[in-house]
Design a protein around this ligand. Structure first.
Ligand code: XBP
Ligand code: MG
Length: 254
């Protein structure tokens, strides 16, 4: 039997509920600043989330909802500029403490570190966003807790492609069988599963109805002592919050 050696975390929706009240709002602020009347409502954003990556999401929006919008000739630069503005708004929101970590995240990271379990991140979002979230929720030192932060445009294909998890594994120097992944979405588990990783899911309002076929365990959240999670798929073998004991068991049996 191989021992569990590392945990690899998605960021958006998994470490924190960033999409509806974070990224979505920041996109809208960037559009307004540019004088655009694009309004990404909570419902439209649910549809847009099928495409990962902010620049890719803007393109998808234009194709589906604004087919008549004439992009300037330098369209990639135009979209990149809008997206840079969005990143500015988003990181400012995080600096103001707008988005907390999800329940159990800080505790589990601490328990993993105490047991010498290695930590990594595999996300579609822009690296500045990961840094802003970690620094403003866990403090400056937390950047050093993660041996690998694989984020954004560093791979040819974003989730649901497995590339970002493959990169994280390669940088950790580990096999998929040595690790567990944490995700919140169907695109996320397609990516982690595609890289051969066993995956624990914590759903959120946008991903509740997604297909999590192949997940080790699907929960509403990681839970805390005295604040139990709800199990939506799989078995938590008597646990009511996620700790290293449960993760070691899942790693062996899942
Ligand atoms: C996250 C994303 C990202 C964020 C926005 O997906 O799809 O695009 O919504 O970030 P996952 P950027 O949680 O599966 O990694 O605008 O920086 O791309
Ligand atoms: Mg996610």
């Amino acid at each position: 039997m191989r021992n569990l050696q590392a945990l690899i975390f998605d960021v958006d929706g998994t470490l924190a509920d960033t999409e509806r009240d974070g990224h979505r709002v920041a996109f809208n602020r960037a559009f307004a600043q540019e004088g655009l009347d694009w309004d990404w409502t909570v419902d439209i954003y649910e549809d847009l989330l099928q495409v990962t990556g902010g620049k890719e999401r803007i393109r998808f929006y234009l194709e589906k909802y604004r087919p008549d919008f004439a992009l300037p000739e330098n369209e990639a630069d135009y979209i990149a500029g809008l997206h840079r503005a969005k990143t500015g708004f988003y990181t400012s929101m995080l600096a103001e403490g707008a988005i907390p970590l999800r329940p159990g995240v800080a505790r589990l990271l601490g328990e993993a570190r105490a047991e010498g379990i290695r930590l990594a991140i595999a996300t579609t979002t822009t690296p500045e966003n990961v840094e802003a979230l970690l620094v403003h929720t866990l403090g400056e030192a937390s950047m050093g807790w993660f041996e690998v932060i694989a984020a954004g445009d560093v791979v040819p294909a974003k989730k649901p492609a497995p590339d970002i998890y493959q990169l994280a594994l390669q940088q950790l120097g580990l096999e998929a069988a040595d690790c567990l992944a944490f995700e919140d979405s169907e695109n996320g588990i397609l990516s982690s599963g595609g890289a051969g990783l066993k995956t624990v899911i914590t759903i959120n309002d946008y991903t509740r109805s997604h297909d999590f076929k192949g997940a080790c365990l699907v929960l509403d959240c990681l839970g805390e002592p005295g604040e139990a999670f709800s199990v939506l798929q799989g078995s938590a073998s008597g646990h009511d919050y996620v700790n290293m004991d449960l993760l070691n068991q899942l790693h062996q049996i899942c």
